[in-house]
Design a protein around this ligand. Structure first.
Ligand code: ZN
Length: 130
C-alpha cells in the first residue's frame, strides 16, 4: 500500500497551503460570514458564490473520537486515533489527537491545534489543553 496524500481540489488548495504554513485558514462566505467547511463553491446559507479565507484560532472541543487497532495504511500504523473537533468558530474538523490520550471519554476536552510533520508535509493535530 502506498503513502496517503491529501486529495486537493480547486476549492481547498488555499487551506492545504495554509496548513503548510502552520495555520488553518478556512473558507468564509463574503456575504454572510458563515464558514464553509468542507470548502464549497456556494454558501449553503445564503447561496453566495463569494468567499474569502480566514485563519481560525485552532481552539476547540472534542466531539467524537475513535482509536483504530487495525492497519489500513502503511503510514498510519495502529493504534492511531481519528478525532473530531468542533472549532470555536463552528466548523467540525477531523484530526489526530497527539500527546497523552485521556482515560475514559475524550468528549468535551478542550484542545488546541498544532502542526506536525507527516511524510514531508504538514498536517494539523490536536493537543488537550484543559
Ligand atoms: Zn453566505
Amino acid at each position: 500500500m502506498g503513502k496517503t496524500q491529501p486529495i486537493k481540489s480547486i476549492n481547498d488548495i488555499p487551506m492545504w497551503e495554509s496548513i503548510e504554513r502552520e495555520r488553518l485558514e478556512l473558507m468564509v462566505c463574503s456575504q454572510c460570514d458563515t464558514f464553509r467547511y468542507p470548502p464549497a463553491p456556494i454558501c449553503a446559507k445564503c447561496l453566495s458564490m463569494e468567499a474569502e479565507w480566514k485563519a481560525v484560532s485552532g481552539r476547540g472541543k472534542i466531539v467524537s473520537w475513535v482509536v483504530f487497532h487495525r492497519k489500513y495504511f502503511d503510514d498510519f500504523p495502529p493504534p492511531y486515533n481519528a478525532t473530531t473537533v468542533r472549532l470555536e468558530e463552528g466548523p467540525l474538523i477531523v484530526t489526530n489527537l497527539v500527546g497523552t490520550e485521556p482515560e475514559g471519554s475524550w468528549i468535551g476536552r478542550e484542545v488546541e491545534l498544532e502542526y506536525v510533520d507527516h511524510d514531508g508535509r504538514k498536517q494539523h493535530a490536536a493537543r488537550i489543553v484543559d
